[in-house]
Design a protein. Structure first.
Length: 246
């Protein structure tokens, strides 16, 4: 077990309190939804990588599936702590309780650009992610801007490596330039394990808040399960970079 200095523990507690406190609310929709993710990443070399991801979400525990997405992109490591990525995807939302049986509510094709900056404080990694999205939906074009703050802490090893158990806490803020400026918040807390150099598993809880016009809001709890596969062209390629799941 890794022993943490007292001031280091205080910093971690403060980060967790900030992330959690920003999204507490008493109003919730009933039932625990599921948020299922499979991600494949290919490291071409130390700078370049590509990824593809599939997601499937439900409004109840593995029932009332109403959302799926497929996306991919290409990333570049500018420095060891700074990376850039461009991506695209297809996103479809259905009625909330029909398991894809009825025509969809909204379909969307999306482009996005993002920057990730990592800070290392001994074992703790703090990740800042900025993303700009161009959303071509069946209801018209929209822009969205996202900022996510994550804290990732290995438990049984000094750093993230094979056989590492780690904690992951994040909070993400979604903004747009029309109508409701602050439209969504996602808080996540969970843990993960690097099963092998190729496979990593994460599981945790997401609390999502959606904000609408006329002071309306909707809150939902999800159980998220994520499986990540990482392949590399050679041993000198970029190593696994565990982070919060989309």
């Amino acid at each position: 077990m890794v022993s943490l200095p007292i001031n280091f523990k205080k910093a971690l507690i403060l980060i967790g309190a900030f992330l959690y406190g920003s999204c507490i609310s008493s109003a919730q929709t009933p039932g625990l939804g599921t948020w299922n993710v499979i991600t494949g990443r290919f490291n071409y070399n130390k700078q370049w990588h590509a990824f593809v991801e599939l997601q499937l979400r439900s409004q109840q525990t593995y029932d009332d599936f109403n959302y799926h997405e497929v996306k991919g992109g290409i990333g570049y490591m500018i420095t060891p702590s700074l990376s850039a990525l461009v991506g695209t995807g297809r996103y479809v939302t259905y009625q909330v309780n029909d398991n894809f049986k009825t025509p969809f509510l909204v379909s969307e094709n999306r482009l996005w650009q993002q920057i990730i900056w990592n800070q290392q404080f001994k074992g703790l990694r703090v990740e800042h992610r900025l993303r700009a999205e161009q959303r071509f939906t069946s209801n018209g074009y929209r822009n969205r801007f996202r900022y996510r703050l994550s804290a990732i802490l290995p438990i049984n090893t000094p750093t993230i490596t094979t056989k590492t158990l780690f904690l992951n806490v994040s909070n993400e803020f979604h903004f747009n330039n029309e109508q409701v400026f602050y439209e969504q918040n996602r808080f996540y807390i969970g843990s993960g394990y690097n099963i092998s150099p190729l496979i990593s598993l994460q599981m945790g809880w997401i609390y999502r808040a959606d904000y609408f016009s006329q002071n309306r809001a909707q809150y939902k709890n999800f159980w998220q399960t994520s499986l990540q596969f990482t392949l590399s062209k050679n041993k000198s390629s970029t190593s696994r970079n565990i982070g919060s799941v989309d």
